[in-house]
Design a protein around this ligand. Structure first.
Ligand code: LIP
Length: 277
């Protein structure tokens, strides 16, 4: 029987190519940068144009589908998952990187019907296209990828991001988590600046773990299926099951590393995507 999600994914890959071109072209120009919730929460005209391109193209073909797009939500659209097939879109993940033409900027998608069906993350400056269809493995530019399989946390490279919230309590807990992890010890901690790319770096074995509190479903959606299909572990920061709307996650190359991190990381409250706006 034909796989209806395969057709969606193929369409999405075509739109991804157009989005990637739009982002790369924009890097040659002066782009207007605007603030959203705070001086460190940025959006550019390219984020808005890319999201419009993606949504209008998908809507033409799949007229009944729903959307959760980062910039539409910022403009007041709801971010609620229903039983309707829903596309979750981050037009530019790593907007701060994009503004300085840093290496890791991606456009990422997912389509879900209660369960995540497929994910696409395109790291455009590097021209790396990560894809995964549930049950069919994960790929980078068509080549199969796998997590490192590292079990020993003292030999691991861990990724995290500083996020946008800078209030003293969050800051203290965030810094204390970094100190705790560095003194395990691990080989190092890095912050590449794009949650979607971070997930793909773990998926292809370039890093062994990634944790983050305060991101959004559009930052995690595309990467979630890619990590799972690459053999990685994905869970909530508490060690419970991963929840796409929870704004937090741990992913790792092995259960041992994921469990170790859940035991040492202190949590701070981040709210939920489906209870805001
Ligand atoms: C960004 C993430 C980044 C994180 C920021 C923000 P945006 O996404 O990918 O890793 O630190 O908090 O969420 O806003 O560039 O799509």
């Amino acid at each position: 029987m034909a796989d209806p999600w395969k057709e969606c994914m193929d369409h999405c890959l075509e739109v991804t190519k157009q989005a990637g071109k739009m982002i790369r072209d924009a890097l040659q120009k002066d782009i207007a940068i605007m603030q959203k919730s705070s001086p460190v929460d940025l959006v550019t005209e390219t984020d808005l144009k890319v999201e419009q391109l993606i949504i209008s193209s998908i809507r033409k073909k799949y007229t009944t589908h729903s959307f959760i797009g980062e910039e539409s939500v910022a403009a007041g659209a709801p971010s609620i998952l229903t039983d309707n097939p829903t596309w979750i879109i981050d037009p530019i993940d790593g907007t701060t990187n994009f503004n300085i033409n840093a290496r890791f900027t991606s456009t990422s998608f997912l389509c879900s019907l209660n369960q995540i069906e497929f994910g696409i993350v395109y790291s455009c400056q590097e021209d790396k296209l990560y894809t995964a269809r549930k049950g069919n493995g994960a790929f980078c530019n068509g080549e199969p990828i796998k997590v490192s399989g590292q079990e020993d946390i003292t030999k691991s490279l861990v990724l995290t991001e500083m996020g946008l919230k800078k209030d003293p309590e969050h800051f203290k807990t965030m810094m204390s988590n970094i100190e705790t992890i560095l003194t395990i010890p691990v080989h190092g901690i890095r912050s590449p600046g794009s949650a979607a790319v971070n997930m793909c770096l773990v998926a292809c074995g370039a890093a062994d773990a990634y944790y983050h509190m305060g991101i959004h479903c559009w930052d995690m959606a595309g990467g979630a299926v890619i990590v799972k299909e690459a053999g990685g572990v994905i869970m909530d920061i508490s060690g419970g099951p991963f929840d796409l709307m929870s704004r937090r996650l741990i992913i790792a190359s092995s259960r041992t590393i994921a469990d170790h991190l859940t035991q040492v990381i202190k949590e701070f409250p981040v709210g939920r995507d489906d209870s805001e706006g």
